[in-house]
Ligand binder design. Structure first.
Ligand SMILES: NC(=O)c1ccc[n+]([C@@H]2O[C@H](COP(=O)([O-])OP(=O)(O)OC[C@H]3O[C@@H](n4cnc5c(N)ncnc54)[C@H](OP(=O)(O)O)[C@@H]3O)[C@@H](O)[C@H]2O)c1
Length: 283
């Protein structure tokens, strides 16, 4: 089976490329310089040449604050780029898997969001990702939307690596304690995604099991590292960014569980990630 991965320079794209290349698939993996999803002609040419059976789109403009300022880029990559991929995947009859986000929800729920809950994003990032979902589903019925949350992967720009860096040079770190979600290790969503390749198309929520606040997440990282830094809980209104994040964006695992797919507890994923990072840095 031939699988084409976009956004291969990103944290999930790298992880998936690594994971699937070790299996029996033929993997075509492209970073932004090799395949720009906003360039329809390039998408068409590469799809016609490679003729993949499956396309997995991990490419996105993921910087939430920057999306507010660079609105055109956000919609161009997250919505129009996704539309290009869905259209060209349809032409070559490749199944289309598109990665999306918990930020399509407004975060006012007090129980995990299911695939049937209405989306209502509050940020340009969330709105552009929601439009990408809508366009892909409208244009091509063999589209699968995989929503995930609070991702971290090796060499990625993410919360875990930020806290690790701050823990080295600060005495105190102030972290938001009233926003809840589920940290998800790219390795774990990668394994689940491979299992999803065999399932019917549709929308699936995929994150590690359980939930926590950013403050609890930071505390877990700091205590694993045994770092001498104090983590101070702060309310969202004291956080420097003015972009409204969902207060509660935990994703329900019920649907994937009923499809026989189970992800481990977020803390277990985090410990494996931090252990690997320490091994790689020689500590
Ligand atoms: N990170 C999270 O916390 C999180 C949470 C929920 C869902 N997600 C979703 O999960 C997916 C993977 O996220 P990630 O954390 O792996 O993101 P990431 O590390 O930011 O990777 C995204 C990749 O897409 C590339 N890209 C940007 N514009 C592109 C274009 N026009 N054509 C081709 N590639 C382009 C980026 O390249 P450049 O860096 O060179 O621009 C980057 O390498 C995304 O769909 C994201 O929305 C992420």
């Amino acid at each position: 089976m031939k699988i084409l991965i976009t956004g291969a320079g990103g944290q999930l794209g790298k992880e998936l490329t690594q994971l699937l290349t070790t299996k029996e698939y033929k993997v075509f993996s492209y970073d932004r310089n090799q395949l720009d999803i906003t360039n329809r002609t390039q998408v068409k040419e590469i799809f016609e040449r490679d003729r993949p059976d499956i396309v997995i789109n991990t490419a996105a403009f993921t910087k939430v604050d920057l999306c507010e300022k660079e609105l055109e880029k956000a919609y161009s990559v997250n919505a129009i780029g996704t539309y290009h991929l869905a259209c060209e995947a349809k032409k070559i009859k490749a199944r289309f898997f598109h990665i999306s986000t918990d930020y399509v929800f407004d975060g006012i729920n007090n129980k995990p969001y299911t695939e049937n809950d209405s989306t209502s994003p509050r940020t340009i990032y969330g709105k552009s990702k929601e439009l990408g979902e809508v366009l892909a589903l409208a244009i091509y019925q063999d589209t699968t939307i995989v929503r995930t949350s609070w991702l971290y992967g090796h060499e990625g720009y993410n919360f875990v690596n930020t806290i690790k860096q701050l823990a080295r040079c600060k005495k105190e770190i102030r972290v938001v304690s009233d926003q809840y979600g589920c940290p998800t290790y790219t390795k774990d969503i990668g394994i689940a995604l491979e299992q999803l390749l065999m399932k019917p198309s549709g929308i699936y929520h995929v994150s590690n099991h359980g939930s926590c606040s950013w403050f609890e997440f930071a505390n877990e990282i700091v205590s694993f590292l045994n770092a001498k830094v104090t983590v101070i809980p702060i309310p969202s209104k004291e956080y420097a960014s003015k972009t409204p994040r969902p207060m509660y964006s935990v994703l329900s695992s019920e649907k994937i569980n009923s499809n026989g797919i189970f992800l481990r507890e977020w803390k277990e994923g985090l410990y494996e990630y931090l252990t690997k990072e320490a091994d790689n840095s020689g500590h």
